[in-house]
Design a binder for this molecule. Sequence first.
Ligand code: 6PG
Length: 249
Amino acid sequence: MNINLEVIPEKSYAGALAEEIVTVLGYAIEEKGYATFSLSGGSTPGKVYRRLSRPPFDKRIDWKKVYFIFGDERFVPKNDSNSNFRMVKETLLSSLEVDENKILGIDTSLSSCSDAAKNYDKLLKDSLDGKLKLDLVLLGLGTDGHTASIFPNSPFADKTLISEDLKTTPLVKECINPSDNSKRITLLPNILFSSNQVFFLVTGQGKNEILKEIAKGNKKVSEIPAKLSFDATAKVTWFADSVAAKDLD
Ligand code: 6PG
């Protein structure tokens, strides 16, 4: 098995992940007085975010000390049904006592996707000066092996990018989702995988095949960008529910 896999019963997945998340963030807050938390988009994390927003997790840590960063975004208005910001706002941020100044969203109102990426790169470097080694990065897994918005055959599916300097090289770039040609903004391998911890959230029967390929196969990073995590300096944990992890002994 190539990965550090935690299999969690489907029914207790959201609560288990909420516990793992507040533990990591709580430790960072205790140690440094703040925590930096990169959020995944897509449909998987919603149930975990909702669980985090409810007791006991909504009061387990001082959420006002957490910086919320977005691992990727669709280049759509913030109120669009496809917006990751909207999903995170609805499932998590609207229910927690947070510091609005620490919610570092991607400005998708700018005139181009490229401008949005450049703007976010500057926002992260300005807002997180000296804090760019993130405490916790949540990532999802596409059935094609993408993670964040780093898709197969992307120029960013390149493990040599992980060691790129966080201050002087880009942290964010624009890209295209090849499955529907939609415009996206994504964090790059350097900030994602040089973080302290990465949690992959993988649930449902639809992810069983790709998870098996990652856990046991030998496809290249360019074919399965989530395998960038194999060269991460971060501690990487794959949290799969019992359905996604079926037959992964
Ligand atoms: C996004 C995500 C993306 C997602 C995977 C899995 O913006 O869509 O960041 O990387 O995590 O596509 O998506 P699901 O959770 O919907 O399966």
